[in-house]
Design a protein around this ligand. Sequence first.
Ligand SMILES: [Zn+2]
Length: 209
Amino acid sequence: MPILAAAAPDEASGIVTNVVDGDTFDLRIDKTDPRIIYEIERVRLADVDSPEMSTPEGEPAKVFATDTLLGQRVWLDIDNTSGDGRDPYNRLLAVVYLEDLNGTINTSHPFNRMLVDAGFAVVKNFTNNEFDPAAWWGNATTEPEPDEVNETATTTTEGQFVGSTKSDKYHYPSCRWAEKILPENEIWFASSEEARAAGYIPCGVCNPP
Ligand SMILES: [Zn+2]
């Protein structure tokens, strides 16, 4: 698991006023940066892709982002590769951090990663921005809920994992995200090696080997 800290998680901040989809939202700026030009800026998460709203998976991703972000103060590490920090659609390209309850920036678990951990986005290591997922991923270990641990221990047959043909994650069958996979999209692996060889990566929630 990457453990490097992000470079500059405090370049700008604001309150999320609108969620467009899983990886895009609007921010009313309160701490500004020379690259900020609007009172409300549209922000696109760097290095992750969430399903489009035109697909069945789009709405649940938007709901997750709304539940997590709407009305919250977030902090931006804006892409330094271009002069204006923006993508071709004039959105600020950023790694997005939430605040802890005591008001400090939570750099151990950026929203970009939360979205991936929750199964609502996949990591895309774009080479045309400053970011490397290994640098922004953070160092928090995902702690499974107690009932998931028990289910994993008692119901999982060793060496059997499930993924979705619509995603690139593989899971213990007892994982709450595995349970959401439609039967017609299920793909089964006899081992983690087999899953990885097929291009799948471990779910961050159930943490299969
Ligand atoms: Zn899982």
